[in-house]
Design a protein around this ligand. Structure first.
Ligand SMILES: Cc1cc2nc3c(=O)[nH]c(=O)nc-3n(C[C@H](O)[C@H](O)[C@H](O)COP(=O)(O)OP(=O)(O)OC[C@H]3O[C@@H](n4cnc5c(N)ncnc54)[C@H](O)[C@@H]3O)c2cc1C
Length: 380
């Protein structure tokens, strides 16, 4: 049964940094919002990330509106400190969190009606406006490699990796050299794995996290509105601050750094990859092509037989069941509008956190939040 109120609250789906930031910004404007999350507490994604993870964006540019991350967390904040911060953030803004509520579909019965959220237990929640903040990294994606289903070794997605302990003395193939794959490979290489290979499809752009105290993120923020060709040229000498890994099987990227970002590939900020490759503790190998029994075939025709394959092959947005029927997604399943904008077919439905900006996702979530809050205030 639908419970009707004179004005239903704003509902935010997702109590990660994006949802919390928007709820915090709404609270600052005196607007009541209910934050729904399928998990038991805030920051569920962060609780699940691997143990050695530190933010690769600076503390200052990772803070959400209205409450800085404390200085005691250091410049590169640890995973656990970031989770504590999110808990404190929710308390500080007295956010109304409804935990254990999984929204399966968002609907608007008629053009002048309020939004209706269908949630677990048959619940239907009315909302005056809805903010979807279910995360860019929502559903782990493992490519549909031929033979994958009958592979006899162990295959897991990077989302399930926590620490090198279970991989001691084992032969591991990490697939994918984004930030996650690079960092997991380094964690394994220096954490006791027997052998670590890293399957590389497209050679990455690798940057230092900071140089003489100047964070790469600051350069990314400064350059993000410049033409891609210019940034590509400016980035080249910066990339050369790191040693050439060609003799170790990982050539320098020949594409432009920022041109790749525009295609969706964020550069790798070195957190042990370069050292691991130079010490030959991480062996770059060709991309995975297929599986056959216990064997993995690589793009150069080689066959390897690792004990474990860790697929650091990204995530899908997973928005189709939730909002796909509203005509607000593009062909890749990403929202057609973002931040303060709403789609003409879905007024009052907002999205945050579905871009992958070079300037840092947390920074962009924090910047979007007050804009979304203001747009909602105007609507209400
Ligand atoms: C390993 C890793 C490291 C990263 N490091 C950085 C970094 O250093 N700096 C940076 O700027 N960015 C970083 N990012 C990117 C980004 O900042 C994070 O992914 C961030 O958590 C995004 O916040 P979010 O709120 O959009 O999504 P999430 O944190 O993923 O939160 C989404 C929430 O929605 C909930 N949810 C999902 N579906 C539903 C549903 N149907 N109903 C109810 N609840 C639902 C989930 O339980 C979750 O709590 C990193 C990403 C990853 C994967």
């Amino acid at each position: 049964m639908l419970m009707s109120m004179p004005t239903s609250p704003v509902h935010i789906i997702g109590a990660g940094p994006g949802g919390l930031a928007t709820a915090g910004a709404l609270a600052d404007l005196g607007i009541r919002a209910v934050v729904l999350d399928k998990a038991d507490d805030v920051g569920a994604s962060w609780r699940g990330h691997y143990d050695r993870l530190r933010l690769h964006t600076t503390r200052r540019w990772s803070s959400l509106p209205g409450l800085p991350i404390p200085r005691s967390a250091g410049r590169w904040v640890r995973r656990d400190d970031f989770v504590r911060y999110l808990e404190t953030y929710a308390r500080h803004h007295r956010l109304d969190l409804a935990a254990g509520v999984e929204v399966s579909r968002v609907d608007r019965p008629g053009p002048d009606d309020e939004w209706v959220l269908h949630a677990n237990g048959g619940r239907k929640l009315r909302a005056s406006a809805v903010v979807v903040a279910t995360g860019f990294n929502h559903t782990p994606r493992v490519p549909d490699w031929p033979g994958r289903e009958t592979y006899t070794g162990e295959l897991l997605h990077a989302a399930r990796y926590r620490d090198p302990g279970p991989f001691e003395d084992r032969d591991v193939l990490v697939v994918g050299v984004g930030n996650t794959g690079a960092e997991i490979a380094a964690d394994l290489a220096f954490g006791g794995a027997g052998r670590v290979r890293l399957a590389v499809r497209t050679v990455p752009h690798i940057l230092r996290r900071s140089t003489l105290g100047w964070p790469s993120q600051a350069s990314a923020i400064a350059c993000r509105r410049l033409p891609a060709g210019l940034v590509d040229r400016l980035a080249r000498p910066v990339e050369r601050l790191l040693p050439d890994l060609t003799p170790y099987g990982l050539p320098r990227a020949r594409t432009g750094l920022y041109s790749r970002v525009r295609e969706g590939a964020i550069p790798v900020l070195d957190a042990g990859l370069v050292r691991g490759v130079r010490k030959r503790r991480i062996e770059p190998v060709g991309a995975v092509v297929s599986f056959d029994g216990d064997a993995v075939t690589l793009a150069d025709g080689a066959t390897v037989r690792p004990d474990v394959v860790i697929a650091a092959t990204g995530y899908r947005r997973g928005l189709e069941p939730l909002v796909g029927h509203l005509g607000v997604l593009d062909g890749r399943g990403r929202p057609l509008v973002h931040g303060r904008e709403t789609h003409p077919a879905a007024p009052g439905l907002f999205f945050t956190g579905y871009t992958n900006p070079i300037s840092g996702m947390l920074r962009e979530l924090a910047r979007d939040a007050p804009k979304i809050a203001t747009a909602i205030t105007r609507r209400l």
